[in-house]
Design a protein around this ligand. Structure first.
Ligand code: HMG
Ligand code: MG
Length: 312
């Protein structure tokens, strides 16, 4: 039987907020965001990053965010980004005293040296080398590890990307022990046919059930790219409530595909979105979270969530 269950990894509290300029978003707002997303039925909510606060100030409060989450229940995961050994050490010492805070990390690298140097201050080969021990130590400590490959179609610094490189890096992450690799159109410029070509190349080395799609929406193609990825067998999609987000090291890039747009596009389709404990993810709840967080961040544009909420 064909598997039509789609998993959404909600990245709003991390990818969505990491790039917000101006005042640091209060821990209480981040916690409320995460708790409401879980209440809406989402079962994986990226909660923050253990990166340098000098590089990404908005993620500085992640330990406090993890401590204050109230929505914990079985089968709900709150992964955090870990860029290097220092980030893992910080997380593990927190878990020593608070073991239940998270059971999953995400490591990240990219398909081009130019982007990787901007994002992680080292080449792709250097970052893969450093991640070896990060991944193995995390797994020894009982954490699940997800991997990200950024700039899988276009690089903001070096242009068109060689999909064979994406394939090679994704395979290395899986060989290292990542249970899944999320393929990022960081710039948000990919077109559906390019996503298809890229995926077919990567699938030559990585089974499609270990791949996820992570599409930013700068050029308005993110929902189309999600549907194209589903057509090509991908069943895990990263999305961000309200379409929040952007990468500090990808100039001009806008947010991820909006979670409510993915939910809307898949309603009444052959696909079912997998919620926590088989409860469906609520489009209405996610849309109202999108509306609330957009207001909390002072965004005055009309978001799709408001349109969805106003439908009969
Ligand atoms: P570096 O400057 O090369 O690091 O940065 P370093 O090892 O030389 O250390 C410099 C200072 O940072 C030291 O402190 C370290 O202790 C400290 P000092 O001596 O100056 O006081 N430091 C840390 N502090 C806290 N946590 C840490 C840490 N590591 C070192 N983990 C580093 C290297 C990796 C730290 C830096 O490049 C960094 O933090 N990068 C993270 C960038 C980031 O978070 N980007 C956004 C997430 S990725 C993304 O958005 C893409 C994605 O969405 C997918 C897609 O869309 O494609 C996932
Ligand atoms: Mg991203």
């Amino acid at each position: 039987a064909k598997n039509n269950l789609v998993n959404i990894v909600e990245v709003g509290p991390r990818d969505g907020l990491q790039n917000e300029k101006g005042q640091v978003i209060p821990v209480g707002v981040k916690v409320e965001l995460i708790d409401r997303l879980v209440d809406a039925g989402l079962s994986t909510v990226e909660a923050g990053s253990f990166v340098s606060p000098k590089w990404v100030p908005q993620m500085g409060g992640t330990p406090d965010v993890l401590k204050q989450i109230r929505s914990r229940r079985p089968n709900v995961h709150y992964p955090v980004l870990v860029p290097n050994q220092r980030g893992l050490d910080d997380l593990l010492s927190l878990l020593d005293s608070h073991p239940a805070l998270t059971d999953e990390i995400a490591v990240f690298t990219s398909a081009t040296d130019a982007f990787n140097k901007a994002n992680l201050n080292c080449t792709v080969a250097e970052s893969l080398q450093k991640l070896q021990s990060v991944v193995s130590t995390a797994k020894e400590k009982g954490l699940r590890v997800r991997g990200y490959v950024s700039v899988v179609v276009v690089c903001p610094y070096s242009g068109k990307v060689d999909y064979r490189k994406v394939r090679e890096v994704a395979k290395e992450l899986v060989d290292m022990g990542c249970y899944e690799v999320s393929l990022g159109d960081t710039v948000g410029q990919a077109r559906p046919h390019e996503v298809a070509e890229m995926l077919e190349e990567v699938k030559l080395s990585v089974p499609v059930h270990q791949l996820a799609g992570h599409f930013h929406d700068t050029y308005g193609t993110a929902v189309a790219n999600v549907l194209k990825a589903l057509e090509h067998g991908v069943r895990t999609i990263d999305a961000s409530v309200g379409g929040l987000g952007g990468c500090p090291y990808s100039p001009g890039a806008t947010g991820n595909v909006a979670t409510e747009d993915v939910l809307y596009a898949l309603q009444d389709s052959p696909y079912t979105v997998n919620g926590a404990d088989d409860t469906p993810v609520s489009l209405e709840k996610v849309a109202s979270i999108g509306s609330w967080i957009s207001q909390a961040l002072g965004r005055d544009t009309v978001q799709w969530c408001d349109v969805i909420l106003s439908l009969p």
